[in-house]
Design a protein. Sequence first.
Length: 323
Amino acid sequence: MPDKDEDKDDEESEEDNDDDELDEMPESFKKPDGQMKVGRASVSAEAFGAWNKPKPFEPVIVPKSDVQKERLKETLLKSFMFSQLDTNDMDIVVGAMKEVQCEAGVRLITQGEDGDFLFVIEDGTLECKIKVQSTGEEKVVKTVEPGDAFGELALLYNCPRAANVDSTSKCVLWQLDRATFNHIVRDAAVKRRERYEAFLQSVPLLNQMDAYERSQISDALKTEKYDKDTYILNQGEPGNTFYILEEGNAIATKSVDGGDAEMVMEYKPGDFFGERALLTDEPRAANVIASTPLRVLTLDRRSFKKMLGPLEEQIRSCTPCLV
Ligand code: CMP
């Protein structure tokens, strides 16, 4: 059985980030024209001496009906950033969120402004647009939809808003304040994004994606470890997971017409497998076996379709689509 450590052993050994520590926003988000200034004038980590400690966290409670709470929980379970919270943390976040409704054509976030909240979308769509300084033109960099969060960068990296966000339909949104986000979600999200940033950039399949898209993949990734000679996938079984090999080596073996399984492929770090069953809805077409102790990053079917769906042609063309 895989050891689904979901990053814990790596994270526990690292020191906890302080809420007020400024994590650097990845350079590649500071575009276009490099106009982004990192760090908010209004917050200073150094301002908190022993005599001036930040206040302990006090849960924010925004009253809401049971129906609203149910709708909100359902929305958060669709969001990669929030769906993995434990029940206690989920209750705190649900308690603190505020419902916001708007019509199409409303600017909810303005590039360059300070930001103290993020939104998770229950219903509707919005466009994130970055202003090209030299021409003044606004370029759409992402369309966000139900289950997506936006406005998280200003909170994760304590920097001004990196984009404008405009509604393109009637929307139902849930707004979360900075203090609750910092206390419950931020440290884990920053660590996950930083941990995977360099590796995902080195994965040939993903290096054409923009840095923001890759950071969103980090939110959805899980880690599994396997001992040498264990089977990661079994030929003939149904498949619901996509794998990227992070560390170690693996082989694929395949049996034709009930004959002995023969090796048909070798995998090294950065290679991926498990895509075929997700693209074709057919059972696994080969076994994949760890040839050394190894670690893989996994995406479930929903995350694979949502995040790597646009790369389907590339995925089909860059391997023989084995498993
Ligand atoms: P934030 O900078 O707080 O406010 C604008 C939001 O737009 C940002 O957080 C992200 O949630 C979202 N966004 C979507 N795509 C991008 C992108 N390519 N670069 C920066 N922000 C983006």
